[in-house]
Design a protein around this ligand. Structure first.
Ligand SMILES: [Zn+2]
Length: 301
């Protein structure tokens, strides 16, 4: 079931409902990456031949890097997609890495008729196969996830909120800060204490390439974590499971009928650079993903 889940999660993760969800990304927006990854050096120069900005990304050594050299990569900015030269001609197939992520949870009761239809269409098997996708090149560079072998040098085992799980070493410290803040809050908040007592598992790293593609889920990089509850009180937790029950109206399931972590817990994750899957149109309420560049872009402009 989990494998099936990951397939759905990845292919539909980042659905822009309108053009405004993926605004144009000038090279000035490189600053959000610089702030989000302060140990990485970003150097830009303009390439007159392609009429594109190029970005050199210098990733320093980490304990998991066995060769002790660090690595340097070069990408075309390409409207914020960060593409290698080989993919520049296909830039229309890729989304920009920065996209709109709301501060507040959107109420599905506010969807218009046409939005509902578009979401339904997007959730269809047909669209899942053929849609544009998130470019993974930048992430493969900073997480060394070009291959399973190189990535797994950076996977570390740790305890998070009472459960053992495997994560990328880059997510270790942010996750530790999240845990520290949640445990502190649980001392005074019965709601957070109840949430903690109800956690069944925390599942992060799982290598998976989607069949027939070269695309990976963020769980495959060890930078996504699912916080699964023991009991969900008859509520919906994941759009695709809800779709099995309500093929036409899964996107309209009211917020009160969706399981979710306490708002204070979601805020703590966001403060430390994580986004929450419950804010996606194709909601995944157990899922947190480490994207400090999105937090900088959306919350700290
Ligand atoms: Zn997940």
């Amino acid at each position: 079931m989990k494998k099936l889940l990951l397939t759905f999660v990845f292919t539909l993760l980042l659905f822009p409902l309108t053009a405004q969800d993926r605004p144009n990304q000038g090279i000035g927006n490189l600053k959000y990456f610089e702030r989000a990854y302060p140990d990485i050096t970003f150097t830009r120069h303009y390439d007159v031949v392609s009429a594109e900005w190029m970005v050199e990304v210098k990733v320093p050594d980490t304990p998991g890097n066995k060769d002790g050299q660090g690595k340097t990569y070069e990408f075309y900015w390409a409207n914020g997609s960060m593409l290698p030269a080989s993919e520049l001609a296909n830039k229309e197939n890729y989304w920009s890495l920065l996209y709109n992520y709301d501060k507040e949870l959107f109420d599905p009761a506010n969807y218009t008729e046409s939005e509902r239809e578009r979401i339904k269409e997007f959730g269809s098997a047909e669209s899942r196969k053929n849609g544009a996708g998130t470019p993974m090149f930048f992430f493969d560079a900073i997480y060394d996830s070009g291959s399973r072998r190189s990535l797994e040098q950076h996977i570390v085992r740790l305890s998070f909120l009472g459960n053992r799980t495997n994560v990328h070493e880059r997510m270790k410290e942010p996750l530790r800060k999240v845990e520290e803040k949640i445990l502190e809050l649980a001392k005074t908040s019965p709601e957070v204490k109840t949430f903690l007592d109800n956690i069944k598992s925390n599942d992060a790293y799982q290598w998976r390439i989607i069949a027939g593609t070269n695309r990976k889920s963020f769980h495959s990089l060890g930078i996504a974590i699912d916080v699964l509850p023991k009991f969900q009180g008859g509520k919906q937790i994941f759009w695709s499971w809800a779709k099995d029950k309500y093929p036409d109206t899964w996107m309209l399931v009211p917020l009160k009928n969706r399981w979710m972590p306490p708002e204070s817990v979601i805020k703590i994750f966001e403060e430390e650079g994580f986004i929450w899957g419950g804010k996606w149109i194709i909601y995944d309420n157990m899922h947190f993903e480490y994207h400090p560049e999105l937090i900088e872009f959306n919350f700290r402009r």
